[in-house]
Design a protein. Structure first.
Length: 420
Protein backbone atom coordinates (compact mmCIF):
# COMPACT_ATOMS: atom_id res chain seq x y z
CA UNK A 1 0.00 0.00 0.00
CA UNK A 2 1.54 3.29 -1.08
CA UNK A 3 1.82 5.84 1.69
CA UNK A 4 0.97 9.36 0.69
CA UNK A 5 3.23 11.50 2.80
CA UNK A 6 2.36 14.77 4.46
CA UNK A 7 -1.21 15.52 3.51
CA UNK A 8 -2.81 18.81 4.41
CA UNK A 9 -5.59 18.66 7.00
CA UNK A 10 -8.19 19.35 4.31
CA UNK A 11 -6.84 16.57 2.07
CA UNK A 12 -6.75 14.12 4.96
CA UNK A 13 -10.28 14.96 6.02
CA UNK A 14 -11.56 14.55 2.49
CA UNK A 15 -9.93 11.11 2.24
CA UNK A 16 -11.35 10.03 5.59
CA UNK A 17 -14.87 11.12 4.70
CA UNK A 18 -14.69 9.54 1.24
CA UNK A 19 -14.25 6.16 2.92
CA UNK A 20 -17.17 6.56 5.31
CA UNK A 21 -20.74 5.59 4.48
CA UNK A 22 -23.97 6.39 6.23
CA UNK A 23 -25.10 3.39 8.29
CA UNK A 24 -28.33 1.54 7.49
CA UNK A 25 -31.67 2.55 9.03
CA UNK A 26 -33.48 1.00 11.97
CA UNK A 27 -36.74 1.84 13.73
CA UNK A 28 -36.84 3.15 17.27
CA UNK A 29 -39.72 4.10 19.53
CA UNK A 30 -40.54 7.77 19.42
CA UNK A 31 -39.41 8.33 23.01
CA UNK A 32 -35.97 6.91 22.10
CA UNK A 33 -35.50 9.03 18.98
CA UNK A 34 -33.95 12.12 20.57
CA UNK A 35 -30.60 13.00 19.00
CA UNK A 36 -31.00 10.51 16.18
CA UNK A 37 -31.04 11.30 12.47
CA UNK A 38 -34.04 10.53 10.28
CA UNK A 39 -33.23 7.84 7.74
CA UNK A 40 -36.35 8.49 5.64
CA UNK A 41 -38.52 11.53 5.05
CA UNK A 42 -41.63 11.85 7.20
CA UNK A 43 -44.81 12.36 5.19
CA UNK A 44 -47.82 13.67 7.13
CA UNK A 45 -50.68 11.20 7.21
CA UNK A 46 -52.91 13.77 8.93
CA UNK A 47 -53.30 17.51 8.76
CA UNK A 48 -52.40 19.67 11.73
CA UNK A 49 -54.59 21.00 13.18
CA UNK A 50 -56.75 18.02 12.21
CA UNK A 51 -59.96 20.11 12.61
CA UNK A 52 -60.81 23.82 12.82
CA UNK A 53 -60.71 24.79 16.49
CA UNK A 54 -60.77 27.74 18.82
CA UNK A 55 -57.51 29.38 19.90
CA UNK A 56 -59.19 31.01 22.93
CA UNK A 57 -61.81 30.40 25.57
CA UNK A 58 -64.66 32.38 24.07
CA UNK A 59 -67.86 32.30 22.04
CA UNK A 60 -68.12 30.68 18.63
CA UNK A 61 -70.40 32.80 16.48
CA UNK A 62 -71.03 34.32 13.07
CA UNK A 63 -68.78 37.34 12.47
CA UNK A 64 -71.51 39.00 10.40
CA UNK A 65 -73.72 39.23 13.55
CA UNK A 66 -71.26 41.60 15.24
CA UNK A 67 -71.35 44.54 12.81
CA UNK A 68 -70.81 47.74 14.83
CA UNK A 69 -70.42 46.01 18.24
CA UNK A 70 -68.55 48.15 20.83
CA UNK A 71 -68.44 48.17 24.64
CA UNK A 72 -70.99 51.02 24.52
CA UNK A 73 -73.33 49.25 22.11
CA UNK A 74 -72.72 45.51 22.49
CA UNK A 75 -74.50 42.85 20.46
CA UNK A 76 -76.58 40.32 22.40
CA UNK A 77 -76.49 36.71 21.21
CA UNK A 78 -78.47 33.73 22.49
CA UNK A 79 -76.17 31.06 23.98
CA UNK A 80 -76.96 27.59 22.62
CA UNK A 81 -74.61 25.61 24.82
CA UNK A 82 -70.99 24.84 25.45
CA UNK A 83 -68.23 22.78 23.80
CA UNK A 84 -65.32 21.61 25.92
CA UNK A 85 -61.95 20.52 24.49
CA UNK A 86 -62.29 16.90 23.38
CA UNK A 87 -66.04 17.25 22.75
CA UNK A 88 -67.78 17.86 19.43
CA UNK A 89 -70.60 20.39 19.13
CA UNK A 90 -73.32 19.47 16.65
CA UNK A 91 -75.88 22.24 17.33
CA UNK A 92 -75.57 24.65 14.40
CA UNK A 93 -74.81 28.28 15.18
CA UNK A 94 -77.61 30.21 13.46
CA UNK A 95 -77.79 34.00 13.06
CA UNK A 96 -78.16 35.66 16.46
CA UNK A 97 -76.72 32.75 18.43
CA UNK A 98 -73.39 31.72 19.91
CA UNK A 99 -71.83 28.69 21.57
CA UNK A 100 -69.50 28.94 24.51
CA UNK A 101 -66.22 27.25 23.41
CA UNK A 102 -62.98 26.22 25.10
CA UNK A 103 -59.46 26.51 23.67
CA UNK A 104 -58.81 23.57 21.33
CA UNK A 105 -62.50 22.60 20.98
CA UNK A 106 -63.78 22.12 17.42
CA UNK A 107 -65.68 25.00 15.87
CA UNK A 108 -69.39 24.11 15.70
CA UNK A 109 -71.21 24.10 12.34
CA UNK A 110 -72.35 27.55 11.23
CA UNK A 111 -69.77 29.46 13.28
CA UNK A 112 -66.95 31.24 11.44
CA UNK A 113 -65.20 33.12 14.27
CA UNK A 114 -64.55 33.19 18.00
CA UNK A 115 -64.64 36.16 20.37
CA UNK A 116 -62.53 35.72 23.51
CA UNK A 117 -64.43 35.75 26.84
CA UNK A 118 -62.51 38.90 27.81
CA UNK A 119 -64.49 40.78 25.15
CA UNK A 120 -67.87 39.73 26.52
CA UNK A 121 -69.91 40.30 29.68
CA UNK A 122 -69.17 36.67 30.67
CA UNK A 123 -65.40 36.82 31.25
CA UNK A 124 -65.27 33.85 33.62
CA UNK A 125 -67.17 30.74 34.44
CA UNK A 126 -66.91 27.89 36.87
CA UNK A 127 -68.68 24.59 37.15
CA UNK A 128 -71.26 25.85 39.69
CA UNK A 129 -72.47 28.76 37.64
CA UNK A 130 -74.90 27.82 34.87
CA UNK A 131 -74.35 29.13 31.37
CA UNK A 132 -76.08 32.50 30.84
CA UNK A 133 -78.93 32.43 28.33
CA UNK A 134 -77.49 35.44 26.51
CA UNK A 135 -74.07 36.96 26.12
CA UNK A 136 -73.14 40.57 25.30
CA UNK A 137 -70.29 40.86 22.78
CA UNK A 138 -68.24 44.08 23.01
CA UNK A 139 -66.41 44.07 19.70
CA UNK A 140 -66.64 43.00 16.11
CA UNK A 141 -64.22 40.47 14.59
CA UNK A 142 -63.37 39.35 11.07
CA UNK A 143 -64.41 35.89 9.86
CA UNK A 144 -61.72 33.41 10.93
CA UNK A 145 -60.77 35.37 14.07
CA UNK A 146 -59.35 33.13 16.83
CA UNK A 147 -59.94 30.07 14.66
CA UNK A 148 -57.07 27.67 13.95
CA UNK A 149 -57.71 26.39 10.45
CA UNK A 150 -57.42 22.73 9.38
CA UNK A 151 -53.94 22.08 8.02
CA UNK A 152 -52.70 25.55 8.94
CA UNK A 153 -49.47 24.01 10.29
CA UNK A 154 -49.12 20.76 8.34
CA UNK A 155 -51.14 19.36 5.44
CA UNK A 156 -51.77 15.67 4.76
CA UNK A 157 -49.22 14.34 2.27
CA UNK A 158 -46.68 17.05 2.99
CA UNK A 159 -43.02 16.08 3.60
CA UNK A 160 -42.66 17.46 7.11
CA UNK A 161 -39.09 16.36 7.85
CA UNK A 162 -36.47 15.38 5.31
CA UNK A 163 -34.13 12.42 5.64
CA UNK A 164 -30.97 13.56 7.43
CA UNK A 165 -32.90 15.77 9.83
CA UNK A 166 -31.69 15.81 13.44
CA UNK A 167 -34.41 14.85 15.91
CA UNK A 168 -34.64 17.41 18.70
CA UNK A 169 -37.45 17.83 21.25
CA UNK A 170 -39.47 19.91 18.77
CA UNK A 171 -39.22 17.17 16.10
CA UNK A 172 -40.35 14.64 18.71
CA UNK A 173 -43.45 16.79 19.29
CA UNK A 174 -44.25 17.02 15.57
CA UNK A 175 -43.77 13.26 15.15
CA UNK A 176 -46.07 12.60 18.11
CA UNK A 177 -48.73 14.91 16.66
CA UNK A 178 -48.56 12.99 13.40
CA UNK A 179 -48.88 9.60 15.08
CA UNK A 180 -45.36 8.43 14.21
CA UNK A 181 -44.75 6.06 17.12
CA UNK A 182 -41.87 4.20 15.47
CA UNK A 183 -39.26 6.40 13.83
CA UNK A 184 -36.92 5.39 10.98
CA UNK A 185 -33.47 6.55 12.07
CA UNK A 186 -29.90 5.88 11.05
CA UNK A 187 -28.32 3.19 13.19
CA UNK A 188 -25.96 4.50 15.87
CA UNK A 189 -22.29 3.98 14.96
CA UNK A 190 -20.49 1.46 17.17
CA UNK A 191 -16.95 2.67 17.61
CA UNK A 192 -14.21 0.39 18.91
CA UNK A 193 -11.76 2.36 21.06
CA UNK A 194 -8.31 0.87 21.56
CA UNK A 195 -5.34 2.23 23.51
CA UNK A 196 -1.92 0.92 22.55
CA UNK A 197 1.43 1.14 24.30
CA UNK A 198 3.69 -0.90 26.61
CA UNK A 199 3.68 1.99 29.07
CA UNK A 200 -0.07 1.85 29.71
CA UNK A 201 -1.72 0.49 32.83
CA UNK A 202 -5.40 0.38 33.73
CA UNK A 203 -6.98 3.28 35.62
CA UNK A 204 -7.49 1.12 38.72
CA UNK A 205 -3.81 0.17 38.96
CA UNK A 206 -1.28 2.03 41.14
CA UNK A 207 1.43 3.85 39.20
CA UNK A 208 4.71 1.98 38.74
CA UNK A 209 8.00 3.34 37.39
CA UNK A 210 7.80 4.08 33.68
CA UNK A 211 4.05 3.44 33.48
CA UNK A 212 1.16 5.85 32.94
CA UNK A 213 -2.55 5.26 33.18
CA UNK A 214 -4.51 4.84 29.98
CA UNK A 215 -6.32 8.13 29.67
CA UNK A 216 -6.87 8.14 25.90
CA UNK A 217 -9.12 5.10 25.98
CA UNK A 218 -11.48 6.97 28.29
CA UNK A 219 -11.23 10.31 26.51
CA UNK A 220 -12.02 8.82 23.11
CA UNK A 221 -14.85 6.66 24.46
CA UNK A 222 -16.32 9.81 26.00
CA UNK A 223 -15.85 11.76 22.76
CA UNK A 224 -17.70 8.97 20.93
CA UNK A 225 -20.52 8.93 23.49
CA UNK A 226 -20.83 12.73 23.40
CA UNK A 227 -21.72 12.41 19.70
CA UNK A 228 -24.53 9.99 20.45
CA UNK A 229 -22.53 7.06 19.08
CA UNK A 230 -21.80 3.87 21.02
CA UNK A 231 -18.25 3.39 22.31
CA UNK A 232 -17.04 -0.20 22.39
CA UNK A 233 -14.01 -0.19 24.74
CA UNK A 234 -11.32 -2.54 23.49
CA UNK A 235 -8.95 -2.00 26.41
CA UNK A 236 -5.19 -1.75 26.19
CA UNK A 237 -2.90 -3.53 23.74
CA UNK A 238 0.83 -3.56 24.51
CA UNK A 239 3.12 -2.73 21.59
CA UNK A 240 3.01 -6.19 20.03
CA UNK A 241 1.38 -7.23 16.80
CA UNK A 242 -0.27 -10.21 18.47
CA UNK A 243 -1.81 -8.10 21.21
CA UNK A 244 -3.08 -5.43 18.81
CA UNK A 245 -4.49 -8.08 16.49
CA UNK A 246 -6.30 -9.83 19.37
CA UNK A 247 -7.98 -6.58 20.48
CA UNK A 248 -8.99 -5.70 16.91
CA UNK A 249 -10.43 -9.18 16.41
CA UNK A 250 -12.47 -8.61 19.58
CA UNK A 251 -13.73 -5.41 17.98
CA UNK A 252 -14.76 -7.24 14.81
CA UNK A 253 -16.60 -9.80 16.95
CA UNK A 254 -18.41 -6.94 18.70
CA UNK A 255 -19.56 -5.64 15.31
CA UNK A 256 -17.89 -2.24 15.36
CA UNK A 257 -18.43 0.15 12.44
CA UNK A 258 -15.21 2.08 13.03
CA UNK A 259 -11.97 1.53 14.92
CA UNK A 260 -10.23 4.34 16.74
CA UNK A 261 -6.90 3.68 18.37
CA UNK A 262 -4.33 5.91 19.97
CA UNK A 263 -0.54 5.74 19.66
CA UNK A 264 1.64 3.34 17.74
CA UNK A 265 1.34 5.19 14.42
CA UNK A 266 4.69 7.00 14.52
CA UNK A 267 7.89 5.73 13.01
CA UNK A 268 9.29 4.20 16.22
CA UNK A 269 10.33 0.56 16.35
CA UNK A 270 7.38 -0.23 18.63
CA UNK A 271 4.75 1.46 16.49
CA UNK A 272 3.00 -1.74 15.54
CA UNK A 273 -0.51 -0.50 14.70
CA UNK A 274 0.62 0.53 11.25
CA UNK A 275 2.24 -2.84 10.70
CA UNK A 276 -0.91 -4.73 11.67
CA UNK A 277 -3.03 -2.58 9.36
CA UNK A 278 -0.61 -3.07 6.49
CA UNK A 279 -0.77 -6.84 6.96
CA UNK A 280 -4.49 -7.26 7.58
CA UNK A 281 -6.09 -4.27 5.98
CA UNK A 282 -4.56 -1.18 4.54
CA UNK A 283 -3.15 2.20 5.57
CA UNK A 284 -4.07 5.14 3.38
CA UNK A 285 -1.84 7.78 4.88
CA UNK A 286 -0.07 8.40 8.05
CA UNK A 287 1.34 11.90 8.19
CA UNK A 288 -0.68 15.11 8.22
CA UNK A 289 0.72 18.63 8.25
CA UNK A 290 -1.07 19.42 11.47
CA UNK A 291 -0.08 20.50 14.96
CA UNK A 292 -0.68 18.85 17.30
CA UNK A 293 -1.11 15.45 15.74
CA UNK A 294 1.27 14.78 12.86
CA UNK A 295 1.16 10.97 12.87
CA UNK A 296 -2.28 9.77 11.89
CA UNK A 297 -3.25 6.50 10.27
CA UNK A 298 -6.34 6.03 8.20
CA UNK A 299 -7.24 2.80 6.56
CA UNK A 300 -9.12 -0.39 7.21
CA UNK A 301 -8.80 -3.37 9.45
CA UNK A 302 -10.47 -6.06 7.39
CA UNK A 303 -13.28 -4.08 5.85
CA UNK A 304 -13.82 -1.74 8.82
CA UNK A 305 -12.61 1.88 8.62
CA UNK A 306 -9.75 2.58 10.99
CA UNK A 307 -8.44 5.84 12.41
CA UNK A 308 -5.16 5.61 14.26
CA UNK A 309 -4.74 8.74 16.37
CA UNK A 310 -1.43 9.90 17.81
CA UNK A 311 -0.64 8.87 21.38
CA UNK A 312 -0.15 12.22 23.05
CA UNK A 313 -3.43 12.93 24.83
CA UNK A 314 -3.90 16.43 23.42
CA UNK A 315 -2.93 15.31 19.92
CA UNK A 316 -5.32 12.39 20.21
CA UNK A 317 -8.19 14.57 21.36
CA UNK A 318 -7.58 17.27 18.74
CA UNK A 319 -7.15 14.68 15.95
CA UNK A 320 -10.40 13.09 17.07
CA UNK A 321 -12.08 16.50 16.81
CA UNK A 322 -10.66 17.07 13.35
CA UNK A 323 -11.12 13.63 11.77
CA UNK A 324 -13.02 11.13 13.92
CA UNK A 325 -15.85 13.46 14.86
CA UNK A 326 -16.86 14.31 11.27
CA UNK A 327 -16.45 10.65 10.28
CA UNK A 328 -18.71 9.44 13.09
CA UNK A 329 -21.27 12.16 12.39
CA UNK A 330 -21.30 11.21 8.71
CA UNK A 331 -21.85 7.53 9.59
CA UNK A 332 -24.68 8.56 11.88
CA UNK A 333 -26.39 10.37 9.01
CA UNK A 334 -25.65 13.96 10.01
CA UNK A 335 -25.27 16.47 7.21
CA UNK A 336 -23.58 19.12 9.33
CA UNK A 337 -20.21 17.63 10.18
CA UNK A 338 -18.21 20.65 11.26
CA UNK A 339 -18.11 22.49 14.54
CA UNK A 340 -19.27 26.10 14.26
CA UNK A 341 -16.46 28.60 13.70
CA UNK A 342 -16.21 32.27 14.59
CA UNK A 343 -13.58 34.85 13.77
CA UNK A 344 -11.81 35.81 16.98
CA UNK A 345 -9.29 38.59 17.61
CA UNK A 346 -6.24 37.11 19.30
CA UNK A 347 -5.13 39.01 22.41
CA UNK A 348 -1.54 37.80 22.32
CA UNK A 349 1.15 36.88 19.81
CA UNK A 350 1.00 33.33 18.52
CA UNK A 351 3.88 31.41 16.95
CA UNK A 352 3.55 28.28 14.86
CA UNK A 353 5.91 26.06 12.85
CA UNK A 354 4.01 26.47 9.58
CA UNK A 355 1.81 23.39 9.99
CA UNK A 356 -1.93 24.03 10.32
CA UNK A 357 -2.07 24.52 14.07
CA UNK A 358 -4.90 24.06 16.52
CA UNK A 359 -4.28 26.23 19.55
CA UNK A 360 -6.31 25.64 22.70
CA UNK A 361 -8.01 28.91 23.54
CA UNK A 362 -10.79 30.62 25.41
CA UNK A 363 -13.05 32.59 23.09
CA UNK A 364 -15.31 35.22 24.58
CA UNK A 365 -17.80 37.62 23.18
CA UNK A 366 -16.87 41.21 23.95
CA UNK A 367 -19.48 43.60 22.62
CA UNK A 368 -19.60 43.17 18.86
CA UNK A 369 -16.55 40.91 18.50
CA UNK A 370 -15.10 37.64 19.72
CA UNK A 371 -11.71 37.69 21.40
CA UNK A 372 -9.38 34.80 22.09
CA UNK A 373 -6.69 34.09 24.65
CA UNK A 374 -4.67 30.88 24.57
CA UNK A 375 -4.82 28.52 27.53
CA UNK A 376 -1.07 28.82 28.02
CA UNK A 377 1.47 26.02 27.57
CA UNK A 378 0.53 24.13 24.42
CA UNK A 379 2.58 20.94 24.89
CA UNK A 380 0.71 18.00 23.42
CA UNK A 381 0.94 16.18 26.76
CA UNK A 382 -0.63 19.09 28.72
CA UNK A 383 -4.09 17.70 29.26
CA UNK A 384 -5.36 20.48 31.51
CA UNK A 385 -5.02 22.96 28.63
CA UNK A 386 -8.08 21.29 27.09
CA UNK A 387 -10.11 21.69 30.25
CA UNK A 388 -9.89 25.47 30.15
CA UNK A 389 -10.37 25.73 26.37
CA UNK A 390 -13.70 26.25 24.64
CA UNK A 391 -12.17 26.64 21.19
CA UNK A 392 -9.33 25.63 18.93
CA UNK A 393 -7.79 28.60 17.16
CA UNK A 394 -6.71 27.59 13.68
CA UNK A 395 -3.39 29.02 12.51
CA UNK A 396 -3.42 28.37 8.75
CA UNK A 397 -0.73 26.39 7.02
CA UNK A 398 2.34 28.46 6.15
CA UNK A 399 1.73 31.05 8.86
CA UNK A 400 4.41 31.13 11.55
CA UNK A 401 3.57 34.32 13.42
CA UNK A 402 0.22 35.87 14.29
CA UNK A 403 0.52 39.31 15.93
CA UNK A 404 -1.87 40.32 18.71
CA UNK A 405 -4.94 42.05 17.30
CA UNK A 406 -5.22 39.82 14.24
CA UNK A 407 -8.24 37.57 13.66
CA UNK A 408 -8.12 33.79 13.42
CA UNK A 409 -10.86 31.23 12.84
CA UNK A 410 -11.87 29.61 16.09
CA UNK A 411 -13.40 26.17 15.95
CA UNK A 412 -15.84 26.20 18.87
CA UNK A 413 -15.55 22.90 20.71
CA UNK A 414 -17.77 24.28 23.46
CA UNK A 415 -19.85 27.42 23.50
CA UNK A 416 -19.45 29.10 26.87
CA UNK A 417 -21.86 27.61 29.40
CA UNK A 418 -23.01 24.66 27.29
CA UNK A 419 -22.80 21.10 28.58
CA UNK A 420 -20.53 19.47 25.96
P1 LIG B 1 3.30 7.28 20.78
O1 LIG B 1 2.30 7.78 19.79
O2 LIG B 1 3.17 5.81 21.02
O3 LIG B 1 4.67 7.70 20.44
O4 LIG B 1 2.92 7.98 22.15
C1 LIG B 1 3.09 9.37 22.34
C2 LIG B 1 2.87 9.76 23.78
O5 LIG B 1 1.52 9.51 24.15
C3 LIG B 1 3.71 8.99 24.78
O6 LIG B 1 4.17 9.90 25.76
C4 LIG B 1 2.75 8.01 25.34
O7 LIG B 1 3.09 7.58 26.64
C5 LIG B 1 1.47 8.79 25.37
N1 LIG B 1 0.31 7.90 25.33
C6 LIG B 1 0.11 6.93 24.43
N2 LIG B 1 -1.05 6.29 24.66
C7 LIG B 1 -1.61 6.87 25.74
C8 LIG B 1 -2.82 6.64 26.46
N3 LIG B 1 -3.67 5.68 26.10
N4 LIG B 1 -3.09 7.43 27.51
C9 LIG B 1 -2.22 8.41 27.87
N5 LIG B 1 -1.06 8.67 27.22
C10 LIG B 1 -0.75 7.91 26.17
MG1 LIG C 1 4.20 4.34 21.88
Amino acid sequence: MAEKEYLTVAEALELVLAGIEVLPPEHVELAQALGRILAQPIVARDSLPPFANSSMDGYALRAADLAGATPQSPVSLRVLGEIAAGAVGDVPVLPGTAVRIMTGAPLPPGADAVVPVEDTNEPWRDAERPLASHVLIFRQVAPGAYVRRVGEDIQTGQVVLAAGHLIRPQEIGVLASLGVSSVPVVRRPRVGVLATGDELIAVEEPLRPGKIRNSNGYTQAAQVAALGAVPVPLGIAPDSETAVRARLQAGLAAGVDLFISSAGVSVGAYDVVKTVLEKEGNVDFWRVRMRPGKPLAYGRYGSIPYLGLPGNPVSAMVSFERFARPAILKMAGHTRLERPQVQAIVQEEIYSDGRESYIRAVVRREGEVYTAVTTGAQGSHMMTSLIAANALLIVPEGVTHVPAGQSLSAMMINWPETVF
